[in-house]
Design a protein around this ligand. Structure first.
Ligand code: GBH
Length: 487
């Protein structure tokens, strides 16, 4: 065990906090209960079942709408310091707009928040984890500039209901993922393909909506409640294939981390200059008369800049990247290559392939990404808001245990060797759940869920006991359990 780090080094800093993360559509079910409104995932799974493995839906999912008490019990079994969940926009605001608040939705999240606190577990809330009310999608969703106000109104209502008890807020989860995977290849709801326009309008308006949500908290709620707000970005780390590809790898990092971070976290604000230049060149190549990449006004740059209290990163995987050869055919981003960058990317043969096609295990990526963020945007609080492993092993999930050990080791190195001020770590995820287009075929849970059992019975995997040991000892210097030992 003691190769890069020895016993004392395997300890986490005293205030470091461990948790687990989830998202409303992936766990709640109860899609049409009482007055809940329809959201884009309800519509997507019901009208385009061919997009989802096994034509699965989140209609019931883990049934956490009914089984929230068991979820809290599990969070307690694990010893979590915090539990991250998201509010279903259309569960709270059935019309999508702020004209009407659902009593049922309001009470559901009240019970969850109070139930967590009753066990001493801090609720961490995401306002938007991909489940836009269908009514807003019908008006253009994240490509309509009015989304900035619609999101602001929703955020204000959520803060006014829960900010007395919720101190850590994430406005939007992984805008890169839902903008790109939807508008480039149509694999996430609402499944609209518009790579040259939709993806970039979505990029711009998610940033503005985040900023609006941040500023509303800052002005109207922070003085009274003293909480903190940011967004959660999904970052894939890129390694150059050869020395010749170093500049390209940096551009790929800008195209992933930069497009959703530079406007908020850099001193100058606005798009990363290298990306603006690339997009202008690409627009010309495609025959547009002016850039199809939406510019920011001076006011918008100032409005977005600085709207953070910390950096929240979701991280899973890395890619190695090289320039495409003459005439080489590229698979479209975000599934395969990077046509925008005229580049080929993938995993190396010795990077373990998980059960998700996009996910190779490369532990050093998480540390290198944090160091890159610190170098580019400065020394601030960093939070890992998602990290986890998708596997096929059922209860005795040794591969998931090895994954957590190897990534957490890299985080300890980031803290101790690179001086990264990392304060939180959220495992994705507590329960097997509806894994978007993979349906129930990709399993990320510390707890297994039996989806054919009407009671959705939850059973701890070996990794649950491992994570529990880590939290309890506040250290990686713990035994790796097998399920035979613990059951
Ligand atoms: C997160 O997505 C989500 O927040 C969460 O809801 C989800 O369940 C979890 O991770 C596990 O998937 O650009 O080649 O990587 C992050 C993972 C990122 C996976 C974008 C799909 C597209 C292909 N997603 N990715 S690629």
């Amino acid at each position: 065990l003691c190769v890069t780090l020895c016993a004392e080094d395997l300890k986490f800093p005293p205030g470091f906090r461990f948790g687990a993360a989830s998202a409303a559509y992936q766990v709640e079910g109860a899609w049409n209960i009482n007055d809940k409104g329809e959201n884009i995932w309800d519509r997507f799974v019901h009208t385009k079942p061919e997009y989802i493995t096994g034509a699965a839906t989140g209609d019931v999912a883990c049934d956490s709408y009914h089984l929230w008490e068991r979820d809290i019990e599990i969070a307690k079994e694990l010893g979590l310091h915090f539990y991250r969940f998201s509010i279903g926009w259309s569960r709270l605001l059935p019309t999508g707009f702020a004209n009407y608040v659902s009593e049922d939705g309001k009470e559901y999240y009240n019970k969850l928040i109070d139930g967590l606190w009753a066990e001493g577990i801090e609720p961490v809330v995401t306002l938007y984890h991909w489940d836009l009310p269908q009514s807003l999608q019908d008006l253009g969703g994240w490509t309509n500039p009015l989304i900035v106000d619609w999101f602001g109104d929703y955020a204000r209502i959520a803060y006014s209901l829960y900010a007395d008890r919720v101190k850590l807020w994430l406005t939007i989860n992984e805008p890169l993922t839902f903008c790109d995977a939807n508008y480039n290849i149509g694999t996430l709801a609402p499944g609209i393909i518009s790579p040259d326009h939709g993806a970039y309008l979505c990029n711009k308006y998610t940033l503005l909506a985040h900023a609006k949500g941040y500023r509303i908290y800052d002005e109207e709620f922070r003085p009274k409640y003293h909480g903190e707000v940011s967004l959660a970005n999904h970052l894939t780390w890129f390694e150059p294939w050869t020395e010749d590809d170093e500049e390209l790898a940096e551009l790929a990092i800008q195209n992933c981390a930069g497009r959703y971070s530079h406007p908020i976290f850099s001193k100058e604000g606005g798009w990363p200059p290298s990306i603006e230049k690339l997009m202008t060149e690409n627009s010309k190549k495609k025959g547009y008369l002016k850039s199809n990449f939406p510019a920011f006004t001076k006011e918008e740059i100032d409005f977005i800049k600085g709207t953070y209290d910390f950096y929240a990163m979701n991280h899973y995987t890395s890619r190695i990247i090289r320039k495409a050869k003459e005439g080489e055919e590229l698979r479209p981003w975000p599934v395969g290559d990077a046509p925008d960058l005229d580049a080929v990317m993938g995993g190396l043969p010795d990077w373990e392939q998980t059960s998700s096609y996009w996910f190779f295990v490369f532990p050093p990526g998480i540390r290198r990404q944090l160091v890159w963020l610190k170098k580019n945007y400065g020394d601030m609080k960093f939070l890992i808001m998602e990290n986890g492993y998708s596997g096929v092993e059922e209860l005795n999930d040794q591969k998931r245990i090895n994954f957590y050990e190897s990534y957490l080791k890299e985080l300890l190195l980031a803290i101790k060797e690179d001086g990264v001020n990392l304060t939180h770590y959220a495992a994705w995820t507590m329960l097997d759940n509806f894994e978007w287009m993979d349906g129930y075929s990709s399993k990320f849970g510390l707890y297994q869920v039996n989806f054919t059992d009407p009671n959705r019975t939850r059973t701890p995997r070996a990794s649950a006991f491992y994570y529990k040991n880590i939290i309890k000892s506040h250290s990686l210097d713990v035994e790796k359990p097998t399920v035979d030992e613990v059951h």
